[in-house]
Design a protein around this ligand. Structure first.
Ligand code: SF4
Length: 299
């Protein structure tokens, strides 16, 4: 199994506090990567030998622009393909967008922009349009990620990294808390597999500002500030990890069954059950089910 992509959550902080956010991003969240941590991760990626792509995301990575810019430069200089994910709050005018993006020209190959009804107000559409126009002039590819409203059951489903274009909301993180009131619910034991993540050969992994590697947001397989990435990766076995092992056998319903977790009778989707069960198991697995930023609102 080759790990080819590292997705760095540059910060847990965000300008917004969207209901559908997987990671409880918001203005009061804590945790931002310093440049030496970014450099350390990039070097560890090189040492692993299979990583070719680095994404900077969050939270909102443009909140820490000097750190983001230097991180992009370092990743590019080390030979990685570099991508960014942003909510576009900085595209106030074409000139603002140009000032932010032009130093990254030739270094960033993909800029994914989140734009949907969860994000602020209509100004965001204008900001995204400014950024798309400038990015095209600079030769930076863009794609817009749009998450459908919770009731839109006919929106396309996604798997792994959220695709550009419209896709269904996944009820994990803040979405599991904020968006499940008026949606259809289904029996808990129907959710007998994870529909989104490949635990055995994930291809890409998220790394948060505290150093944790997340196989899915809130399920950690190690901390690369404590143990080198190549060792964590060599030691990781989805069949013995206490969370992914039952998930592989029977999804979130098996996770609940194996550890006798209390649960309701019905859930919106597999992620909803998974998140709620994991939340209830955090005392038992404080490292594998962390950190707080993936489970708790900071305000
Ligand atoms: S079912 Fe659980 S592990 Fe799978 S994508 Fe949803 S939240 Fe992540």
């Amino acid at each position: 199994m080759d790990l080819t992509g590292l997705h760095l959550l540059l910060t847990y902080q965000c300008t917004l506090q969207c209901d559908h956010c997987f990671v409880f991003g918001g203005p009061w969240q804590e945790g931002t990567m310093s440049l030496d941590v970014i450099e350390n991760i990039l070097q560890q990626g090189k040492k692993l030998g299979t990583v070719n792509t680095i994404y900077f995301e969050g939270g909102e990575p443009f909140l820490y622009y000097p750190t983001l810019l230097r991180g992009v430069e370092m990743a590019y200089e080390m030979g990685y393909n570099v991508g960014l994910v942003s909510n576009g709050f900085w595209g106030i005018s074409e000139e603002d967008a140009f000032r932010a993006l032009s130093p990254m020209q030739g270094k960033v190959s993909m800029l994914s922009l989140s734009c949907d009804q969860y994000h602020w107000d209509n100004r965001f559409e204008e900001y995204i349009a400014n950024i798309e126009k400038v990015a095209e002039e600079l030769g930076i590819n863009t794609g817009v990620i749009t998450i459908a409203q919770p009731e839109a059951a006919d929106a396309p489903k996604s798997s792994g990294t959220i695709p550009t274009g419209e896709s269904q909301v996944m009820f994990r993180g803040r979405a599991a808390v904020e968006l499940t009131d008026n949606v259809n619910l289904f029996p808990w034991d129907k959710f007998d597999s994870c529909p989104h993540e490949d635990f055995i050969d994930p291809g890409r992994i998220h790394i948060d500002p505290l150093g944790y590697l997340h196989i899915c947001q809130g399920i950690t397989i190690g901390n690369l500030l404590e143990k080198p990435l190549d060792q964590i990766w060599a030691d990781y076995d989805a069949h013995t990890h206490p969370i992914t092992s039952p998930m592989l056998k029977g999804g979130p319903s098996e996770l609940a069954r194996k550890y006798g977790a209390e649960h309701a009778e019905e859930y919106a989707d597999a992620c909803h059950l998974c998140f709620k069960v994991r939340e209830s198991l955090r005392d038992k697995f404080p490292v594998e089910l962390g950190p707080d930023q993936m489970y708790i609102e900071f305000d």
